[in-house]
Ligand binder design. Structure first.
Ligand code: GCO
Length: 255
């Protein structure tokens, strides 16, 4: 009984920003649990290569190249899925960028770009998914937050604000969609070994700070998000909504 609870067999999952990094790791984990995958990214060549790598492992994978910041492209992508009779059962709003600069030096257009990519896109893609999940009477939305949904660090203000917004967007989705049997939750990764963080990983003093500040004493691995993602994507979480689960080695819980 317990293993069936975590099965994603027969479900279709769309993971935004899944050509690489956390999105790719989560997508692979959902596929391993039985989901049919829809990868997304803006770079079609990179996306096709990632999809091929997962197909080589025996997974069912389609690549859907569109920019989550382009509302018309998002609407068109969902219309294409409608026409193909494909329903998105699980949406993972993972797409995001990082831009590190002190606020007094930050251009407004860079602020807007980070907010658009990391927060507004989750609303737009979530809205299109929910418009189809509501009539079906079920759905799962997993928004990717960050430990910066809870704590601020200097020089990453737009990212922090966007990820804080992701936490509250998740609760807003719950307020409006839980009655339709749609569970919206978030995952808050800690400092993970990803391309986005490579400059930090390569910085000896930052690397030492992360290892000292994180109770687990190390960086996280992208694959360490998979268990939480499967839980939130599966029937095991059918009465869980509005939550953010920090996968952070204990960082947000300890001074
Ligand atoms: C930074 C990092 C963080 C990461 C971290 C927490 O510059 O501090 O990029 O913002 O997102 O992995 O999620």
């Amino acid at each position: 009984m317990s293993t069936q609870l975590f099965s994603l067999a027969g479900k279709t999952a769309l993971v935004t920003g899944s050509s690489r990094g956390l999105g790719f790791a989560i997508a692979e984990g959902l596929a391993a649990a039985g989901a049919r995958l829809m990868l997304n990214g803006v770079d079609a060549a990179r996306l096709d290569a990632s999809a091929a790598a997962l197909r080589d492992k025996g997974y069912t994978v389609d690549a859907h190249a569109f920019d989550v910041c382009d509302e018309a492209a998002v609407v068109a992508a969902f219309a294409k899925l409608d026409a193909a009779g494909i329903a998105v059962d699980i949406l993972v709003n993972n797409a995001g960028v990082q831009y590190r600069k002190p606020m007094v030096e930050l251009a407004t257009e860079d602020w807007r770009r980070v907010i658009e990519t990391n927060l507004t896109s989750a609303f737009v893609v979530g809205r299109e998914a929910a418009r189809r999940m509501i009539p079906r009477g079920r759905g799962k939305v997993i928004n990717i937050g960050s430990l910066t949904s809870e704590l601020a660090r200097a020089t990453v203000a737009p990212y922090t604000v966007a990820k804080g917004g992701i936490k509250m967007l998740t609760r807003a989705m719950t307020a409006e969609w839980a009655a339709h049997n749609i569970q919206a939750n978030a995952i808050g990764p800690g400092y993970m070994l990803t391309d986005m963080n490579q400059a930090l990983i390569d910085n000896p003093s930052f690397d030492a700070w992360v290892k000292g500040r994180t109770p687990a004493g190390r960086w996280g691995k992208p694959e360490e998000l998979i268990g939480t993602a499967i839980f939130l994507a599966s029937d095991a979480s059918n009465y869980v909504s509005g939550q953010i689960i920090y996968v952070d080695g204990g960082m947000v819980s300890v001074l």
